[in-house]
Design a protein around this ligand. Structure first.
Ligand code: HXC
Length: 258
């Protein structure tokens, strides 16, 4: 394992499981943690065997946010020139599916990390919050922008301005997470979902992810245009011929990735 703050496992040959491994600091995301996450994803991006990545934390804490002790050292210019935004950007630009398996607390940067994932699965005991306001500051890794786009204004305002946490049922109702499981089954369920997605055509998966995410940035007309072009381009892929042929032959498709 080349990492200090992360454990890596390959599951079933096509799913990479990344586990935050700094439980003594409640998986606080120090710069090194984000640097390692970005590096692990950059490697997964290059590795065609990796189809889906699952990120998880510990049983009681997914991640307790930015490392407050590290952040305390930063003045304004330090924060401006900090490498963190570049690591977050690298995580956000990962082109393969990223699934978060969340147990326990996902707070501040931990909740923001979860929102960088494409799908979040959480245990029934999970708690979500943006408590930065309690420290006299505010979210700095997408917690205002991604949260409001995901759960809408009333709840995003309540969470960011009050620091109050949401439980798993509330997060599910708000659309912040996709599923709630029993706490002991969160990782298993996330890996099963990852395995399902890993068996699909990686080209179709990548283009669908891109089109879905671009909806946050594009107007409807431009978004529909991107969707149509991606859909058309996929008609040139061998996997699309295979998928349609398999359906017509009443057999399971085998996607080669081209
Ligand atoms: C650095 C942290 C930390 C954090 C916990 N620790 N969270 N260190 N950064 N975000 C450290 C504690 O200082 C303590 O270290 C050890 O982890 C155990 O913490 P406890 O509080 O005793 O653990 P527990 O009772 O299990 O409670 C877990 C918790 C709580 C509910 C997650 O730790 C918590 O509320 N943490 C802070 C959450 C938060 O405010 N996050 C937002 C971060 S701000 P020692 O050395 O005493 O053992 C952010 C961006 C802005 O994300 C930052 C601007 C400054």
């Amino acid at each position: 394992n080349p990492y200090q703050d992360l454990l890596t496992d390959t599951v079933g040959g096509s799913v990479l499981l990344l586990t935050l491994n700094r439980s003594d600091a409640r998986n606080a995301l120090r710069n090194n943690t984000l640097r390692e996450l970005a590096a692990a994803l950059a490697q997964a991006e290059q590795d065609s065997a990796v189809r889906v990545v699952v990120i998880t934390g510990g049983p009681k804490v997914f991640a307790a946010g930015a490392d407050i002790k590290e952040m305390a050292q930063l003045d304004a210019i330090g924060a401006l020139t900090d490498p963190r935004p570049q690591y977050w950007k690298a995580i956000a630009s990962f082109s393969k599916p990223l699934i978060a398996a969340v147990n326990g607390y996902a707070l501040g940067g931990g909740c923001e990390l979860m929102m960088h994932a494409d799908i979040a699965i959480a245990g029934a005991g999970a708690r979500f919050g943006q408590p930065e306001i309690n420290l006299g500051t505010m979210p700095g890794a997408g917690g205002t922008q991604r949260l409001i786009r995901t759960v809408g204004k009333p709840l995003a305002m309540k969470m960011v301005l009050s620091g109050e946490m949401l439980d798993a049922a509330g997060a599910l109702a708000a659309g912040l997470i996709a599923e709630v499981t029993a706490d002991e089954q969160t990782i298993e369920r996330a890996l099963a979902l990852a395995t399902t997605i890993a068996a699909k055509s990686p080209l179709a998966v990548r283009m669908a992810k891109e089109a879905l995410l671009k909806s946050f940035e594009m107007g409807l007309d431009a978004g529909l245009n991107l969707e149509r072009k991606s859909f058309s381009l996929l008609a040139a892929s061998a996997d699309r011929q295979e998928g349609i042929a398999a359906f017509l032959d009443k057999r399971q498709p085998v996607f080669a990735g081209n």
